[in-house]
Ligand binder design. Structure first.
Ligand code: ADP
Length: 500
């Protein structure tokens, strides 16, 4: 056990009074106990001198020492009631003064040492407090503390500056009046929960400023426990997140407006585009049948070009419509068995001519009789998209289109030997509007792969890419096989080459 006996810091008069009072008390006690102290007359004066020094300092200690020597020689050493001078008196007084003086010095050293340590500790504590206070006044956050019972203890000046209220005006729960009425219930509930459980907490709220306007704040509080586990206080901060909230609201509003626009615009565009395409294609067919007139080839060429443009427009509108469906959660997919081998082969045949024109022969290597489960038209849309990308980004080089069974899935691969994709871009190109090429060199909206991923994943499949810049890219699509999909042979998918 550690006993602490800190010396008090008495003023000069009191300290000296103590230096007088203690010897007087000692002589009174010695006279009362005379038979006991007759052989050791200074016995009760030694503690008086030590205590007077330790409690009052060296000055009062010496006063006590001198007074003790005088009182003791006068009253307790023969001849009693007079100063001798006898040999006994002088000898005893001399020894007492020497021993007492030494004890005075030791007690005074002890006292000074303790006081020095105490003063240094207090100075360090004050410095730390000052440092914290300056820090709390410098940071932009509002800071408050409450004691273990929830009573407000401290609020930095930022709180007073923002609210225009004094500490007293916010005390006793009156801060609740500054909360926005829509946030009052949740904030009070949060505070109640924290108090009941004795824990910290976090939330957002709107607080009324001195300008009469509300701003959003993130409130965060932590609890502090004493060494014995008792809840000592809460320290809380309020961080202004108004700008962030406003920009989030604006962003959400913009996204909503964009989705509505996309949905309306694509629906409005789709019908006339489809009708125009139909008419132009029909006219083109009619013109091709009429071979007599001499100027007909020229007209036919123009109509063919217009048909191609309208077709591109149709694809664009279809893309917009898909984006709007995905954004509004209205992308619905069929889930039926269909012949994936047949789909892959026919999409490849449809694109063969355009691919040839771009110098990309499509090398088809598909396993027969692969039956998948999903939305045939949507899967064909994905294959078309991957083939178009392979032609666009791998022009002049052959494209390998593969289909095989692998474990329990159908594995479709589209590999080109084009520009490839840098590793850091390979994940983000599946996100909306993300592109890894410059718009100067390659046209596009950056939506195709996102739509493809949405379609594939919604159907229970997966899509990924393996690529090296300038060596080409391989897009791998895994699709669920239909139950009982016939397996005509031992053929297994060769894992797609890493790269082209
Ligand atoms: P778009 O082609 O219209 O930009 P996509 O969503 O189809 O949009 O593709 C996103 C991006 O992925 C492209 O801009 C391109 O940078 C990259 N990319 C897609 N396919 C390939 C490919 N076969 N080779 C190289 N890069 C590709």
């Amino acid at each position: 056990m550690r006993v602490r006996f800190p010396p008090p810091q008495l003023d000069l008069a009191r300290a000296h009074a103590l230096g007088v009072a203690l010897p007087l008390a000692s002589i009174a006690l010695s006279l009362a106990l005379r038979p006991l102290v007759v052989d050791v007359p200074f016995a009760l004066f030694v503690p008086a001198v030590v205590f007077a020094t330790y409690l009052g300092g060296l000055g009062p200690g010496l006063v006590a020492l001198g007074l003790s020597a005088a009182l003791c020689t006068y009253a307790l050493i023969p001849p009693y009631g007079a100063f001798g001078p006898s040999f006994a008196e002088v000898g005893a007084a001399g020894i007492f003064l020497v021993v007492g003086g030494a004890l005075c010095w030791v007690a005074s050293e002890l006292r000074e040492g303790y006081l020095e340590r105490h003063t240094a500790r207090e100075a360090a504590h004050r410095e730390l407090q000052e440092w914290f206070r300056t820090l709390l006044e410098t940071i932009p956050q509002m800071v408050w503390t409450s004691d273990g019972s929830g009573r407000a203890e401290f609020q930095n000046s930022q709180i007073r500056d923002y609210t225009g209220k004094s500490d007293a005006e916010l005390a006793g729960g009156r801060w609740r009046r500054l909360l926005h009425r829509d946030d009052r219930r949740s904030t009070v509930a949060l505070w109640r929960r924290m108090r009941e459980r004795g824990t910290g907490g976090e939330g957002t709220l709107r607080l009324l400023g001195r300008d009469g306007r509300y701003r959003w704040f993130l409130v965060r509080a932590v609890h502090v426990r004493a060494v014995d586990g008792r809840l000592r206080q809460w320290i809380g901060t309020l961080t202004d997140i108004n700008a962030q909230k406003e920009s989030e609201d604006a962003k959400a509003e913009a996204v909503r407006a964009r989705d509505v626009f996309l949905s309306v615009a694509s629906h409005e565009l789709k019908t006339p585009v489809a009708a125009a395409l139909l008419q132009i294609q029909k006219a083109h067919r009619m013109l091709r049948r009429t071979e007599a007139a001499a100027d007909l080839p020229g007209i036919a060429q123009r109509v063919a070009a217009s048909a191609a443009s309208v077709e591109r427009l149709g694809v664009l509108v279809g893309t917009l419509l898909d984006v709007s469906r995905i954004a509004t959660g209205k992308l619905t997919l069929e889930r039926r068995r269909f012949d994936l081998t047949e789909s892959v082969t026919s999409v490849a045949a449809r694109h063969a001519e355009a691919a040839d024109r771009a110098g990309c022969a499509i090398e088809v290597d598909v396993a027969p009789g692969v039956t998948a489960l999903g939305d045939r038209l949507r899967i064909e849309q994905v294959i078309t998209n991957l083939l178009s990308n392979a032609v666009k980004y791998g022009a002049g080089r052959p494209i390998a289109l593969g289909l095989a069974r692998r474990n329990d899935v159908a594995l479709l691969t589209v590999a080109d030997r084009g520009i490839g994709i840098a590793p850091e871009d390979q994940a983000r190109i599946f996100q909306p509007f993300e592109r890894a090429v410059s718009a100067h060199h390659y046209g596009g909206l950056g939506l195709g792969l996102w739509i493809a991923r949405e379609i594939i994943e919604a159907g229970g499949g997966a899509i990924r890419v393996k690529s090296h810049p300038r060596e080409g890219s391989t897009f791998c699509v895994e699709l669920p096989l239909a139950r009982g999909s016939s397996d005509p042979g031992p053929r297994e998918a060769t894992p797609p080459a890493d790269g082209a």
